[in-house]
Design a binder for this molecule. Structure first.
Ligand SMILES: C[S@@+](CC[C@H](N)C(=O)[O-])C[C@H]1O[C@@H](n2cnc3c(N)ncnc32)[C@H](O)[C@@H]1O
Length: 261
């Protein structure tokens, strides 16, 4: 049974039981493409591309585009072909946008749990159907990318119970100057998405523990041992409205120095 057919059945069951499904709170923040085009003067290459996109439907919050350009532009300049994984394919448009932005040499794989997404992909991209938190699915995606990843964009279920294991599996497997992005952090605060302020198990709460892991150099004992794989490979964690970006880079032992007489 397809996921969308399953959703329709569930909606009928919910109606019979008198239990309407909650609408997605994100709907209250959406604008039509024409409306958005009127509001926006595209500032960078990605914004220009996104607002000029006429293919399959891609859905992004406007302010993500500037954040992405800031972090992705150095990767785009890399000589080696980039290996990109997006979790959450939906209508297939975002894979098309990434293809236009990163160019013909990039390898692009998407993962989605909805089997219909297998139909929503161009031949130059790949879609794998499965659960984003399933290590077998993630390992198949890495294989399709040629054995490594440079960029992960998590726009999948937006539930901490998927986002956290996905991150913990993928992050160590990202190349040494790669980037991990998790979109739609607002879901960590929305009860519709198993979220709530300070609620344990959300991705927002998980990222707070990464702050301690980043400072692993200054911890002791077991806490330090657990933190060092992240501390030694992470350049920074960048928090934005709705988005967290984690940039990798080999980090040598910190030192401080006094110059001058
Ligand atoms: C917000 S949409 C993705 C939008 C797309 N990235 C874009 O920018 O146009 C989220 C997608 O995640 C998929 N999804 C939900 N739970 C998932 C899971 N556990 N594993 C993989 N995909 C999942 C849904 O089927 C849906 O297509």
């Amino acid at each position: 049974m397809s996921v969308s057919f399953g959703r329709k059945i569930q909606a009928v069951i919910d109606r019979i039981r008198g239990k309407e499904r909650q609408t997605d709170p994100a709907d209250a923040w959406s604008r039509s493409p024409d409306d958005a085009r009127r509001l926006v003067q595209p500032a960078g290459a990605l914004e220009a591309l996104f607002y000029g996109h006429r293919g399959r439907i891609a859905q992004k919050w406007h302010h993500y585009l500037e954040i992405y350009e800031r972090h992705f532009e150095p990767l785009r300049q890399q000589e080696e072909p980039l290996r990109i994984l997006e979790l959450g394919v939906s209508r297939g448009g975002s894979l098309e946008v990434w293809r236009k932005y990163f160019g013909p040499r990039a390898r692009i794989v998407g993962i989605d749990i909805d089997p219909e997404c297998a139909q929503r992909v161009d031949p130059e991209n790949t879609v794998i159907i499965g659960d984003q938190s399933d290590p077998a699915v993630l390992s198949a995606a890495i294989e399709r990318l040629g054995g490594a990843i440079d960029l992960v964009i998590d726009d999948g279920s937006h539930l901490g119970r998927h986002q956290i294991p996905t991150f913990e599996y993928l992050y160590p497997r990202i190349s040494e100057r790669g980037i991990y992005v998790c979109e739609d952090l607002h879901c960590s605060y929305w009860p519709t998405h198993e979220g709530g302020l300070g609620r344990s198990g959300t991705f927002a709460e998980h990222t707070k523990t990464l702050i301690d892991r980043l400072q692993g150099w200054y911890l002791d004992g077991e806490a330090q041992a657990a933190a060092m794989p992240f501390a030694e490979t992470t350049y920074g964690i960048f928090f934005y409205l709705d988005v967290v970006v984690i940039e990798k880079r080999p980090i040598r032992r910190p030192f401080h120095v006094q110059m001058g007489s």
